[in-house]
Design a binder for this molecule. Structure first.
Ligand code: LLP
Length: 433
């Protein structure tokens, strides 16, 4: 159990706050994010990466958990952010996130999103296809700006993780395939453009990774192409973005320190740069999950309990796949605790399900709880901070839960819960009915 989760007086405390009191005060279902845990991970990155390697940057992958409050924390902590949509850019602008610290990714950036990014003046655009060039140039012309371009490659490396979150293999919608006749002309076009500044290359091989081999293999491929770019165009790759993907602990996975991945990567990049005859490029990482996952828990109230004798006991909670789709989508596994009975013996095996009209709406399978579990108890599920709130939906017109930020015993809203009225606010009765 991480430092921010503490069991005391029979209850679960999270970053100094009694979670049963949080449930009372703010209602459930509720996402709770820990300021201490978020900043602890950012500090680890600082110590193990940005302070150690000159120029290195951390661009937090907003997709893991994007709220204005989160951006405010990142802004204060000096981090950069990776954004992938107009919506993320919009939220960043709302907190006056410094534009030069915003890096814009995405496999199909819309013309309107490119326009927004260029007007804002983002620090980097990660190019993910030939036809983006024209769109970026057009926007640059309109706003009289020059954009820094990082080209995303598809390194053709399969990382070992769930199939849906592998992104680096050749058959992928992400990145530019490394075929000589496809890739090199794109690089050339960026180099030659009066509106674009070719800065470097980007890769991202997958998510929830615990081993380094695939990262190093992909880096080798990337550096081969940095060599080709040097040889053919006499242009240096000045920056390399390693992407994200560093694994987090959900149940008992042993999370690796950032240095486990990044020290060997930096060493390899240095060696390869020497061979090619360029300066060692500046390194950038885009971690999302490893910063946000363990910083979040979800609180639910237990409702209906159905004991199907000899088969299974279902404990229903007031949320479900609308606030955590990862179980249904990736067969993701979680753990947690009955927060108000945290020290009682766990002598009953149950399946925790949500309230959505869908059999796959399961949160925990074969989960051990005290026999006394009953309506009104508070269930806390752990490590829900990444890809929980950000992937939430209004399925069944259930409101998206609010997010509370906790910090050493203090708490406040980060996102208020949706109201029924907000769910239907954009509904119209068509005139043609
Ligand atoms: N950079 C790029 C270009 C990415 O595509 C991603 C994640 C990241 C960084 C951050 O990766 P992380 O450090 O969070 O592993 N919804 C899935 C995860 C999808 C990840 C997509 N890209 C899940 O819930 O497991």
């Amino acid at each position: 159990m991480s430092d921010v989760k503490v069991i005391k007086d029979g209850k679960l405390y999270f970053d100094g706050c009694d979670t049963t009191e949080l449930a009372k005060k703010y209602g459930t279902p509720l996402y709770v994010m820990s300021y201490t845990e978020i900043t602890k991970r950012l500090n680890e990155l600082k110590e193990q990466f940005t302070d150690k390697y000159p120029g290195a940057r951390v661009a937090y992958a907003s997709k893991a958990f994007c709220t204005e409050g989160m951006y405010e924390i990142l802004k204060q902590q000096g981090a950069c952010i990776d954004v992938v949509s107009g919506g993320e850019i919009y939220a960043a602008k709302k907190v006056n996130f410094p534009a030069e610290r915003v890096e814009f990714n995405g496999n199909n950036k819309l013309p309107s999103e490119i326009d927004m990014a260029v007007e804002y003046g983002v620090g980097r655009i990660i190019l993910d296809g030939l036809n983006e060039i024209e769109l970026i140039e057009e926007a640059c012309k309109k706003y009289n700006k020059k954009m820094n371009i990082i080209i995303r490659i598809t390194p053709g490396v399969a990382a070992s993780t769930h199939d849906y979150i592998i992104t680096g293999k050749k058959d992928s919608k992400f990145g530019i395939p490394l075929d000589e006749e496809v890739f090199m002309p794109i690089v050339k076009q960026v180099i030659d453009s009066e509106y674009l500044e070719f800065v470097g290359l980007h890769m991202h091989i997958g998510s929830q990774l615990f081993e380094n081999d695939a990262f190093l293999q992909a880096l080798d491929v990337l550096m081969d192409w940095a060599g080709k770019i040097k040889k053919e165009y006499d242009v240096d790759v000045k920056e390399v973005n390693f992407g994200g993907g560093y694994g987090a602990t959900y149940i008992d996975e042993q999370r690796k320190p950032y240095s486990f991945f990044l020290d060997p990567m930096m060493e390899r990049m240095n060696e390869r740069a020497k061979e090619i005859g360029i300066q060692c490029p500046v390194a950038v990482v885009e971690p999302g999950r490893s910063i946000a996952a363990e910083a979040g828990i979800t609180l639910y109230t237990v409702g209906q309990i159905k004991d199907i004798k000899g088969l299974r006991k279902y404990v229903s909670v007031d949320g479900g796949m609308g606030d955590n789709i990862r179980v249904a989508l990736y067969q993701a596994e979680y753990t947690g605790v009955i927060a108000n009975k945290a020290e009682e013996a766990k002598d009953d095996k149950v399946t925790v399900c949500g309230k959505c009209c869908e059999s796959g709406d399961i949160i925990l399978t074969d989960f051990m709880v005290p026999k006394s579990v009953e309506r009104g108890d508070i269930l806390a599920t752990y490590s829900t901070g990444a890809y929980g709130y950000s992937m939430a939906s209004n399925y069944n017109n259930n409101p998206i839960p609010g997010v509370v930020l906790v910090r050493e015993g203090k708490s406040d809203w980060m996102v208020k819960p949706q109201t029924y009225e907000q769910i239907v606010q954009n509904n119209v009765i068509p005139d043609i009915i």
